[in-house]
Write a protein that binds this ligand. Structure first.
Ligand code: ADP
Ligand code: SF4
Length: 697
């Protein structure tokens, strides 16, 4: 066995740390994070956590586990520990974590003001009778908890602790963070309007947290550790402040065995790289460790081991907490341990992982296409199935889909040739990473370029446009057409499914702007019918360069879909601060010679908006002509040994970078047996059993 080639300056990260009655083998701590699988996809959830334990994390936690049906966050899919029926699914997670030598943590949660109770239908209970906090302004109000309710919640929490122990967990969290938990709402002067001994002064507002922490410590009775995840500052003006949290730590600091520090709401804690750098929480966390003798964990999208070491040496953190870095690279600790820093798949801070939770679908990750597919499809972030035959693979186009396909096929042991028309690798990632705030996205290229460079069986040719005429000269068995897509110039998108009426006004597309073209005048109107980040980021680009910019969108807000990446509010604020005129609920009906004809999406009332150029951010056209040409020459395939040709990524169907990377991996996984025409579901899924009925024998 090879000795670990760890750089001694990272030794501190591999020290053992005691957490009350348990000992963590190193300082890498996967803090609780949502994954859109929870109670519904238990086996997939368990395997996802298991792979992280394999990758060297000392502690691996579940997402929030709802402790009782009277507080649940349907439609979101989290873990549940409502009663004993939930124990087997949670025990499976703990068992799989233990099999790989990590400690298993569970985050118990009574959601209070953040649970709509759409499943249980009972009235939510919270410190005060306020509308439930929800992204959709649901017509649900909580009722103020009585003393009896408080006693009930304490008892239910104890019962959940007991079930957690029976499920095998080593670390039990009391959750008081992210605005998602009743303990947080009790602490917060914004949400706690009570006049009894649980409201008003800070000692009163922290009373329930103190009681539940004490109950938990008592209930675990030395058989597991107790953790508390707490919000450091609600960043709201009228909410919890950092000064108050210092007081809380002064009072409660010694009760749990570990403190986990989080910022404000989840949006404040998991900021996209467009709006926050690595280690962004430091200013809030620094100094708190001194207020407790217990170990502390904090996050900061840490991917740099030097930054992690500094956190420990400067006494800011004891554990390097990670959600996103552990999603992008479940083997981050092991790679640092083995001195393989160049193999780290660094998180790009895009928050596509968050969109899984928000869309109630299994987690996905731009950098790590195996995330969520560990059990479903048997994909692994580091281990690849050996090739099925000595065949040569051609991948055309080196965007995210082509890079991933070439790398993954190469890791399977195939001989791979990757050809790229332009003089640079990266496709859309290389172009988009030059837009304001998106620089970290270049890591999608960096990781794959680095891996491919070290593989003897993958050859890369730049400035090599491939045509169907050339292909017969080679002996490739399988071809992946990863030639991407182009933004449409004719206005076709969601609003217009046929080309728009377009006059003489100069039209630019995102491709033009990314290629360096700029409008001739100074007055530009962007029509955003795409609704992800592109329209907003181009408005930011042009406004930053001094253009007079308006952005027109049929949606009620700018970059509407970015609510799922949790940065819509920041994008809109940034554009407003840059002086961009925002025209929401408005469509561009036609483009004339000196402006756009607009219509209100509700009333249809028309107006004109003058412009010297229009930027159309609507839909994209797949660039799949190579595949079409190859298919027309199918008769030549047998003589040439060509067995399959497929479009992948944006050339198949334009989508997210994450979808392109995933398709690249799927191509490599399914080279010998593509699942596109399969009659049966090509991945495993959990099927709910009918209560009280046995399957036919
Ligand atoms: P995806 O997101 O699907 O990976 P991209 O648009 O990012 O797609 O990348 C497509 C890449 O394919 C671009 O770098 C483009 O230059 C390259 N490309 C397109 N057509 C050809 C071709 N015929 N031969 C080689 N490379 C091509
Ligand atoms: Fe990081 Fe994006 Fe992956 Fe989330 S989806 S872990 S933000 S790379």
């Amino acid at each position: 066995m090879n000795e670990p080639a760890r750089d001694p300056r990272f030794d501190v990260l591999f020290e053992r740390v005691r957490i009350g009655p348990i000992v963590a083998k190193n300082r890498f701590f996967q803090v609780p994070h949502c994954n859109g699988m929870g109670y519904r996809d238990a086996s997939a959830h368990a395997e996802m956590r298991a792979v992280k334990a394999q990758g060297g994390w000392a502690v691996v936690c579940t997402e929030q586990a709802e402790i009782h049906h009277s507080s649940e966050i349907t439609p979101y899919i989290e873990a549940r520990i409502w009663d004993d029926q939930d124990i087997p699914a949670l025990a499976l997670v703990a068992d799989r974590i233990h099999e790989h030598g990590a400690l298993a943590g569970i985050e118990l949660c009574y959601n209070g003001l953040s649970g709509l109770n759409l499943h249980s239908r009972v009235a939510p209970r919270a410190p005060s009778a306020l509308p439930v906090i929800s992204g959709h302004a649901d017509p649900v109000q909580a009722r103020e908890m009585t003393k009896r309710d408080i006693a009930n919640v304490r008892r239910w929490h104890r019962q959940a602790v007991d079930r957690s122990l029976r499920a095998g967990y080593d670390l039990v969290y009391v959750y008081a963070a992210h605005g998602l938990s009743c303990m947080h709402h009790f602490l917060s002067p914004r949400y706690n309007l009570r006049s009894d001994e649980y409201g008003g002064s800070l000692p009163n507002r922290m009373r329930l947290l103190r009681e539940i922490l004490t109950d938990t410590v008592e209930e675990v009775a030395g058989r597991a550790a107790t953790a508390c995840r707490i919000t450091l500052d609600e960043l709201l003006g009228d909410g919890i402040t950092r000064a108050e949290i210092e007081e809380v730590l002064g009072e409660l600091g010694e009760i749990p065995d570990l403190w986990d520090f989080a910022m404000g709401t989840w949006e404040d804690d998991s900021v996209t790289s467009r709006f926050g750098a690595e280690g962004g929480q430091e200013q809030y966390v620094a100094g708190l460790k001194a207020l407790t003798s217990k170990p502390v964990v904090g996050v900061g999208r840490f991917t740099s081991p030097d930054a992690m070491v500094r956190m420990v040496h400067q006494g800011i953190l004891d554990f390097i907490g990670a959600a996103r870095p552990s999603i992008a690279d479940p083997y981050l600790p092991q790679k640092i341990e083995e001195g393989r820093l160049e193999d780290i798949r660094e998180c790009i801070g895009c928050n596509i992982c968050v969109t899984g939770d928000f869309t109630m679908s299994p987690i996905r990750c731009t950098q790590n296409p195996s995330m969520g597919e560990e059990w479903r499809r048997g994909w692994h972030p580091e281990v690849y199935r050996t090739r099925h035959a000595d065949e040569k693979i051609l991948v055309v186009g080196a965007g995210p889909a082509g890079l991933e396909a070439a790398m993954a096929a190469g890791k399977r042991g195939y001989e791979v040739v990757l050809v790229e028309r332009s003089r640079r690798l990266g496709g859309r990632v290389a172009a988009e990473a030059r837009l304001p705030g998106l620089a970290e996205w270049i890591r999608v290229l960096d990781y794959r370029e680095g891996q491919i460079a070290r593989m003897g069986n993958v050859e890369v040719y730049l400035e090599s446009p491939m045509t169907a005429d050339e292909l017969p000269a080679y002996d490739f068995a399988h071809v992946a057409v990863a030639t991407g897509s182009t933004w449409r110039r004719d206005g076709v998108g969601r609003r217009h499914t046929h080309p728009m009426r377009i006059g003489g006004l100069p039209i630019l597309t995102p491709d033009d702007l990314m290629a360096g073209d700029r409008p001739a005048g100074s007055r530009v109107v962007i029509f955003d019918d795409d609704h992800f980040y592109m329209g907003g980021v181009l408005a930011e680009l042009l406004a930053g360069e001094g253009y007079d910019v308006s952005i027109v969108t049929p949606q009620a807000c700018i970059s509407r879909w970015t609510v799922n990446t949790m940065d819509q509010h920041r994008i809109q604020a940034r554009l407003m601060n840059l002086g961009v005129e925002l025209r929401c609920n408005t469509t561009a009906e036609a483009i004339g010679d000196d402006g756009l004809e607009l219509a209100c999406t509700y009333t249809g009332s028309r107006s004109d908006l003058g412009a010297e150029a229009a930027v159309l951010v609507t839909a994209r056209l797949p660039e799949d002509s190579l595949l079409t040409d190859l298919q027309t020459r199918r008769h030549e395939w047998p003589d040439r040994g060509l067995r399959s040709a497929r479009a992948i990524g944006d050339a198949l169907a334009p989508g997210t970078i994450a979808a392109a990377v995933w398709e690249g991996r799927r191509f490599a996984e399914e080279i010998e047996n593509p699942s596109d025409d399969a009659d049966t579901t090509p991945y495993r899924r959990e099927v709910t059993q009918l209560a009280g009925r046995r399957p036919p024998s």
